[in-house]
Design a protein around this ligand. Sequence first.
Ligand code: 3PG
Length: 306
Amino acid sequence: MKVLIATDKPFAKVAVEGIREVITNAGHQLVLLEKYTEKQQLLDAVAEVEAIIIRSDIVDAEVLNAATALKIVVRAGAGYDNVDLQTATAHNVCVMNTPGQNSNAVAELVFGLLVYASRNFYNGTSGAELLGKKLGIHAYGNVGRNVARVAKGFGMEVYAYDPYTPLEVIEKDGVKAVASANALYETCPIVSLHIPATPETKNTINYDLLSSMPQGAILVNTARKEVIDEAGIVQMFEARPDFKYVTDIMPANHADLSARYAGRYFSTPKKIGAQTAEANINAGIAAAKQIVDFFQTGNERFRVNK
Ligand code: 3PG
């Protein structure tokens, strides 16, 4: 079988070598398409492969239609909002993710962004510490759990809201579970987002929710830009001089926010949460092994499309 790695944002070299070893040892052939600039390059590359490993690369109906031999797509990472699941199912293509494999990398970046914001973006003025502050974790999945673990090292008081995780599971980790998103934002001046981008979560982080945050409000987003109501962020910057927004996913109104709210807003130029050698190795090799296993035994454990 031919297995394509199609990554606009490439894995670390060491991860690609690890993936190559897993794929070739199983008797398959690895094809590499990195840093492509035109969609046509992706359409050409997918034409004759049976499997694809992607990151945030868009696998839409056009890509799936071009991939006539395709059996499996593995998103080396957590979120799979970049894959057209319905069309994949219609084409009898299995879509998987690799849950948990890059979570620590994302969680560590949360604290990089939080310290940066709390210390006034390293401008030399007197900032604030994280010790003793209330941190709200919005969604307690793999990343949320890692954020809770690191937050305890900072001596933060950790809260979480997750409608899909039983309260006792959260509380077992020494994290205070709250029953609603409203309660989380009302309680915590610092909130870290870990919700997926779905039709239900789109634009849900809005002014109503944010405006209830206590003074010294910082919102950190290492999740998805789609969950943010961008007009609500502007409204919050206007209404609350204490508010800061730090994000790893550049919003559409980035230029406007940078110009108007310098010193209170920061975005990485390109999403880097999962961009570590370790996360690349973990997620990339997991993806390769899942593909080998799928072809060998039909294992669909991490399938995300019905
Ligand atoms: C994920 O969903 O796994 C993260 O957002 C990382 O995405 P990336 O692989 O594009 O860096």
